[in-house]
Design a protein around this ligand. Structure first.
Ligand code: ADP
Ligand code: MG
Length: 751
């Protein structure tokens, strides 16, 4: 592939963004040793599937029951494990390999060691034991150098399976005796049509299996399917494979199941991972590209008429990161192409202010702006912020319209009329804000707060819905307070452009975290009482409960306990998920206004509560929270000028929990914690992304395969830069694979 030249016909900003990800052209790719092409050398290729042009794809669909010698009962079992076709089998990759050595002469096997031998069966019998349930099968076996007694437990069926005269491969530990005996761990009969040494010699693959279909059966099925490996669908363009030293899909398929060395297995896996990532990332980038190209956006240029006075009234200056994020947003909104941007920044980093200033820009340009939030509490809070910032301008049209479930019908109708008529310019609401029946006069910007669990399909749907009356697509700004590791940003949010706000305006590292055991709890209560005496406030966070238990009940119990004892001297509030919305609000308001000193809460406070006077947080049962969540919680304190103190109490700790809490007490860096959380708990856990579908990866693991992902991202950007719709014939298979992966987004990569 040639170097990146931004061609005039792709001179749009999004193309530049894509292209800027391209690799420095001259870097030579590390060469891997050439592969002998195991797939091409396969012994018994299956009958060419009808010679039809779609033959390879059809061959891959061959049912498992159609493999030679597979009985219906076995096919049925495979089916129930999701292995219905040859393709399913060949993409069911080993979780690891047993490293067995080559077969030895019986005489050479060292007593006490595990070994593989190739022997002939002389005789086989069941020997009686005292324990009724225990069946011991013994066989006398030999080779040219000596004799062994092979022993199996509870495998009576071997009597039917093995016949004197059979040549066997046996793997097991050889023990002293006359003759010596081998406790057989794996065995196979040679000449049964299977590859010799399949279970007993060299690198033996171990598969995710079930009781009904153990790993050895899967191994045999995969071995039977091996000749089909040459029909492995290939999505990587040949040029990409050559440039980056990646083997063919066919070779990787053989190499992952039947590697001749660990190196070959690693290269095979790497190649499968790169392809998997490439399909995902290309799709996400193509969505981004298509939304920018196919949808016309409103060009909303800033006039400063609203933004300037709002900024002028602030008691502080924006941080450099805030300014940069705002400039990026501002340029996006003025561009005439729909913005799809994510701002990530920790709790308290000042995202909300940036979003409000972006809304000002939309309104200045004559459009309307809406902010979507996941909870009513957060809606109320944003209402407060907007009132505070915009109220002083004294403009009726800037008074935010609140639309939540609890607004009475008549009032709701009135508010909807105001929005449709354009007399009100700003709306706040939950998801329902963009449902049918809500019309805007000219919707210019949608801010989506704390909805990082949205999957790409939901984002795409939102993007389709968020249209202004003129059919132009509104700009969309997503905000998340969970720092996103780069691998997740590329895979889960690859359809968005990301702005990052680092740290907090007041400086990070101000909150000190201490880890207490249950015995030190009194110390924690004493600290809370002392800070309350100084005029500060505190949170007590209740542990997550087990499934089926009630979080709210647990919180109420905690509250009663504290009120009766350790915190009897302070004014206590309580908030939990089962409370009615207005009760919740009253509890939050009381706390925000300083009418209560300590708020006992479940994780409902995780999302977006801002009480600058709160300085202490006690987190009970900290071992139950993930790192990202702990960090979010901690972000609630130390937001004013006063230093924060976070006290975590954890008793029942696993090793992993121990490591998590150690990291948590040692760093305030949300990005480092997020990376660690990813490694410790896996991708689904970090952002609750499991439901987003972006982490349904067959081969790849985000915490491990960072390099492969970076490579895939560079390749994807390069391909889309040269060939935005992947129309070049060489890119056809990749395009098809992307369209299959993103089948819910029908017009993707249509020219
Ligand atoms: P986030 O939405 O990222 O959690 P907010 O925008 O709510 O953060 O900001 C947290 C607090 O910091 C608010 O009280 C806000 O007024 C204040 N703040 C925002 N930007 C700055 C700044 N540049 N300097 C000082 N305080 C700021
Ligand atoms: Mg916020």
């Amino acid at each position: 592939m040639h170097g990146c030249v931004v061609k005039p016909r792709h001179s749009r900003a999004y193309d530049r963004r894509l292209c800027s990800l391209r690799p420095v052209p001259a870097t030579p790719s590390p060469m891997i040793p050439p592969f002998a092409g195991q797939a091409d050398a396969s012994a018994t290729p299956p009958a060419a599937p009808d010679g039809a042009p779609d033959g390879p794809a059809r061959a891959w669909q061959t049912p498992v029951g159609g493999l030679p010698g597979v009985r219906p009962a076995l096919a049925e079992k495979a089916h129930s494990l999701g292995l219905a076709t040859v393709g399913d089998l060949l993409t069911h990759i080993p979780s690891r390999y047993e490293h067995y050595d080559e077969a030895q002469n019986v005489a050479d096997v060292v007593t006490g060691q595990e070994a593989t031998v190739r022997v002939e069966l002389a005789s086989i019998r069941v020997v009686p034991t005292r324990r009724r349930k225990l069946v011991v099968v013994r066989a006398s076996v030999f080779d040219a150098t000596g004799r062994l007694e092979a022993v199996w437990f509870n495998q009576r069926h071997l009597l039917r399976l093995l016949t004197p005269g059979d040549t066997l491969m046996l793997r097991g530990v050889v023990e002293a005796g006359a003759p010596r005996q081998m406790k057989v761990k794996a065995h196979e009969v040679l000449g049964s049509g299977r590859s010799a040494g399949l279970h007993t010699q060299g690198l033996v693959p171990v598969y995710p299996a079930s009781e009904a279909l153990p790993t050895a059966r899967i191994r045999e099925l995969v071995d039977l399917a091996r000749p089909w490996a040459r029909f492995a669908p290939e999505a990587l363009p040949t040029a990409v494979r050559h440039e980056h030293g990646l083997m063919s899909a066919a070779d990787a398929t053989v190499g992952i199941h039947f590697p001749r060395s660990q190196g070959e297995a690693d290269q095979a896996r790497r190649r499968l991972v790169v392809e998997e990532f490439l399909v995902l990332v290309t799709g996400l980038m193509a969505i981004r590209q298509a939304e920018a190209a196919e949808q016309r956006g409103l060009a909303l240029a800033p006039t400063g008429a609203i933004g300037e006075p709002v900024r002028g009234a602030l008691a502080f200056r924006l941080t450099a990161d805030q300014e940069r994020a705002l400039e990026e947003i501002s340029a996006d909104m003025a561009s005439g192409r729909p913005m799809r941007r994510l701002i990530q920044g920790e709790v308290g980093s000042g995202k909300t202010l940036v979003a409000v200033l972006a809304m000002c820009q939309a309104v200045e340009a004559g459009a309307q702006a809406a902010i979507l939030v996941p909870t009513e509490t957060l809606a109320e809070q944003h209402l407060g912020t907007l009132d505070r910032l915009l109220g002083p301008l004294g403009r009726m049209d800037l008074m935010p319209v609140l639309l939540t479930g609890k607004v009475p019908a008549a009032e709701r109708r009135r508010r909807l009329t105001d929005l449709a008529g354009g007399t009100r310019r700003i709306a706040i609401g939950t998801q329902a804000l963009l449902s049918e029946g809500v019309d805007f006069h000219e919707l210019g910007l949608v801010v989506v707060d704390e909805q990082h669990r949205f999957g790409v399909h939901q984002r795409h749907a939102l993007s389709e819905r968020a249209r202004s009356s003129g059919g132009r697509s509104a700009h969309i700004l997503y905000m998340t307070a969970t720092p996103i590791p780069r691998t997740l940003a590329l895979t889960a949010f690859g359809d968005l452009v990301v702005s990052t706000i680092h740290g907090r305006p007041h400086g990070t590292g101000q909150t000190v975290t201490r880890w207490l055991t249950g015995d030190d709890r009194d110390e924690a209560y004493a600290e809370i009482r002392a800070q309350v005496r100084d005029g500060r406030q505190a949170y007590v966070i209740c542990p997550l409960v087990n499934e089926g238990e009630s979080e709210s009940k647990a919180a109420t119990a905690e509250y009663e306990m504290l009120r009766a004892g350790p915190l009897a001297s302070v004014r206590l509030g309580l908030v939990h998920g089962a409370m009615k919305a207005d009760e919740k609000r009253a509890a939050m308001d009381d706390f925000a206004a300083g009418r209560t000193d300590v708020l006992v809460a479940t994780t409902v406070v995780e999302v977006g509560i801002d009480v600058p006077n709160a300085t202490v947080m006690l987190i009970e049962g900290a071992e139950r929270f993930g790192l990202a969540q702990l960090h979010q919680l901690r972000g609630r304190v130390g937001r004013g000028g006063h230093p924060g103190l976070c006290l975590v109490v954890a008793d029942e700790l696993t090793d992993e929990g121990q490591r998590r809490l150690e990291a948590f007490t040692q760093t305030n860096d949300g990005f480092r914690l997020a990376e660690l959380d990813l490694r410790l708990r896996g991708e689904g856990a970090v952002l609750g992304l499991r439901q987003s579908g972006m982490t349904d990866l067959r081969y790849a693991r985000l915490a491990r395969d960072t390099d492969e992902l970076e490579l895939a991202a560079r390749v994807a950007a390069g391909l889309l830069c040269d060939d935005p719709h992947l129309q070049h014939p060489a890119h056809g298979p990749l395009r098809a694979a992307v369209r299959r992966r993103f089948a819910d987004i029908p017009r993707l990569l249509h020219a």
